[in-house]
Write a protein that binds this ligand. Structure first.
Ligand SMILES: Cc1cc2nc3c(=O)[nH]c(=O)nc-3n(C[C@H](O)[C@H](O)[C@H](O)COP(=O)(O)O)c2cc1C
Length: 318
């Protein structure tokens, strides 16, 4: 199903969630090939862009062939966020997203990420400032609330809509929960009932069936997939096939997994070089092989991988 966010129409409503340390350029390209309708970058600090931190450049590298892409910023100062949004607008992203869900102390203690959910007035100011600083559509990713005693996703989503955002993504967990427990999809349904902009549901979609259930139970417009995509870019093609023609595709065969790991590794070589690329592949291989026979020994061995040849040799063993 197509999804329109501002003036950007996505071919389908399946969205790769922003994940720091995961959704870099190589991984996004693989998800794109499998049919994801929108890819999100890792979160990028507005302050780090302002201070020209050298890591932000690679975080913001986007290729024409992966578009449409949403670039995610985090920060808490409306002026700075607006200034940076305008400054980077020429870069090849299609949608700008603001992170209001990150739970990690380093971010929250700065009043950024999910800490913003505690400050509805500031949320409105940030969204208004950024939305009026750029032409591209602005979206915001929120949580259910900060704590179970302060569940305010509906109120925050309305503020975000009124301040000019083109869509809102809702992760059905509080900050307090981090990633534990089950995501509350009812809060997604309640946000959907309260706003007119598209609502993207997020939390615990890990199969074609759960994707369909999220749509049915919440009425949400888009489906955002995070952890289940790690080591599993096929999740996008499998969900698409199930939603579009009701057929349940097979899980990838071992040979598909092997090919995907090597393709992923070649993209890492191309964009990050062998030293960094192969070290980063270690965690990806652990995800790709989780649950497969001998996965524990593969994980052990992969932690010593330093070259593409060593990786190839290892994956040829299974
Ligand atoms: C390793 C990791 C990194 C994440 N990084 C970000 C991030 O940079 N920005 C963000 O908005 N959410 C981030 N998230 C949250 C995910 O986007 C998503 O909301 C969450 O994982 C719930 O969806 P899921 O159940 O499909 O995984 C991250 C999650 C994980 C597991």
């Amino acid at each position: 199903m197509k999804l329109t966010i501002g003036n950007v129409t996505l071919e389908n409503n399946l969205i790769l969630a922003p994940m720091a340390g995961v959704t870099d350029l190589p991984f996004r390209l693989l998800c794109k090939e499998q049919g994801a309708g929108l890819l999100c970058t890792e979160m990028v600090s507005a302050k780090a862009i302002y201070f020209k931190n050298k890591n932000t450049k690679s975080l913001m590298q986007i290729l024409p062939r992966e578009r449409p892409v949403s670039l995610q910023l985090f920060g808490s100062e409306p002026e700075l966020m607006g200034f940076i949004a305008r400054q980077i607008e020429e870069q090849p992203f299609d949608i700008l997203d603001i992170n209001m869900g990150c739970p990690v102390p380093k971010v929250v203690n700065n009043g950024e990420g999910s800490a913003l959910m505690k400050n509805p007035k500031l949320v409105g100011e940030i969204v208004k400032k950024v939305a009026s600083s750029i032409q591209k559509p602005l979206t915001v990713k929120i949580r259910k609330g900060f704590t179970e005693d302060c569940v305010n996703a509906v109120e925050i989503a309305k503020i975000i809509e009124d301040a000019g955002a083109a869509a809102v993504a809702v992760h059905g967990r509080t900050r307090e929960q981090y990633y534990s427990g089950r995501a509350d999809w009812d809060i997604i349904r309640r946000v959907k009932e309260a706003v007119s902009i598209p609502v993207i549901g997020n939390g615990d979609v890990d199969s074609p069936e759960s994707a369909k259930r999220l749509l049915e139970e919440t009425g949400c417009d888009g489906i955002m997939i995070g952890r289940a995509a790690r080591g599993n870019p096929w999740i996008f093609s499998r969900i698409r096939s199930y939603l579009e023609n009701g057929t349940m595709p097979d899980e990838p065969a071992a040979s598909d997994v092997r090919e995907m790991i090597l393709k992923h590794a070649r993209l890492q070589l191309e964009y990050k070089g062998e030293y960094t690329g192969m070290r980063e592949m270690r965690k990806h291989v652990a995800w790709y092989t989780a649950g497969m026979p001998h996965s524990a020994s593969v994980r052990r061995k992969v932690n010593e991988i330093e070259t593409y040849e060593q990786l190839e040799e290892l994956v040829n063993m299974f």
